[in-house]
Design a protein around this ligand. Sequence first.
Ligand code: SAH
Ligand code: SF4
Ligand code: F3S
Length: 445
Amino acid sequence: MIEKVSENKKYVKFLTYGCQMNFSDAERMEGELAKIGYEPTESMEQADLIMINTCCVRETAEDKVYGKIGEIKGLKRKNPDLLLGITGCMAQKEGEKLIKRAPHIDFVLGTNKIHEVVSTVQKLEAASVKHVVDTEIRESEMPEDVAIHRKTALSAWIPIMYGCNNFCTYCIVPYVRGRERSRLPEDIVKEVQEAAAQGFKEITLLGQNVNSYGKDHGKASFAELLAMVDKVEGIERIRYMTSHPKDLSDEVIEVIKNSRHICKHFHLPVQYGSNRILKAMNRVYTVEGYRELVRKIRAAVPEASLTTDLIVGFPGETEEDFQQLMEFLAEIRYDQAYTFIYSKRSGTPAAEMENQVDDRCKHERLNRLMELQNSISLEINQQLTGKTVEVMVEGPSQTDDTVWTGRTDTNKIVLWKHSGSEKPGDLVQVKIHTAQTWLLKGELA
Ligand code: SAH
Ligand code: SF4
Ligand code: F3S
């Protein structure tokens, strides 16, 4: 009998979709799997374990996952020992249904199961069970004391809280991530210090609504946490997301204004520009309240950039609402907007609302919105031509390795010709000569 040649090495391939929180979770699951000998690979063919860390914020995100699950069926035929695990938000939402639809899936773990990944894989390796499905959210448990395999080179993701309490009527996140729970400030500061010791120059603090950080345990507010993190030596830039306008306090603006390292960039998703739709979305603030917040930010930190998320085609959106949104954009003048077409998520209140907007109309409005926003973004960027900006070096651009890329503290992407000496993490001065909608080009000053 010919024995199967074993390299004695096991490989895991991660496919991660969705937001930074999901990428951060994947880094922790990968760190945990390393404890039982799994090394990361980029190759699906080489993998002994494939983990699809899913998102379900829009239908398109779910379609991508079903496509991938289908592809893996062929790989499992060639390699019957290959394990396939589905984790993340769609796993939380669909649970058992995923395995009914695709029986070649070995396990489904929900969003709060980072601690359970190792024991689940071990059970399946030992073939003591056929499938594992675990989507219970125990909100008292947080993934502390887990190993982390950071995948990013420059910026470290640091989760500060999990879950969401807001229940915006279009959004699935609170149903799949559970209620808000904040990590302890000392655990967060320790993780930031460790990232600095590993050479990270930038960190991004993560939460669905970072402004409500600490309201559950009362040990520190978001403003206090920012001030603590700002003191960590070695970290040059601090970013955070996402900031809900209803909870952005004056203290937070003040801390950012006086900080050493917190980036002068406010990502403040407004979602819509008419009070009627904001109310139907359960965003809690009004157009007037938001406008006042922007005024305060710009008065305190005039050089700050401002970006947003927008949804078009929310149920009941009329041409009049849409006109108000367009006027609001022209008034606020965001540096950048991430625009989404409303996607019906079953189980959310908006999915049951009447007057769903038809697809053609949604696309047509999205195009008009993007056209307006692109022209504003370009005009704002053009004001930077001839100016010198400070850029944190990231590395070679995707298309040409002599052209390097990095970001300003206001989060604008800058490209320049590499001199041969600047390294990732360095801060360099770049004089801008060309402005485009999504990036700036220049030369070292
Ligand atoms: N917690 C963050 C957002 C997380 S989801 C916040 O409150 O800002 C990221 C973005 O996806 C949201 O800002 C919203 O613009 C968009 N989004 C959420 N649900 C959506 C849906 N059902 N259809 C389309 N876009 C959606
Ligand atoms: Fe979704 Fe609203 Fe929570 Fe953001 S704040 S995750 S949009 S429910
Ligand atoms: Fe998607 Fe879950 Fe993030 S639904 S956007 S991966 S919190």
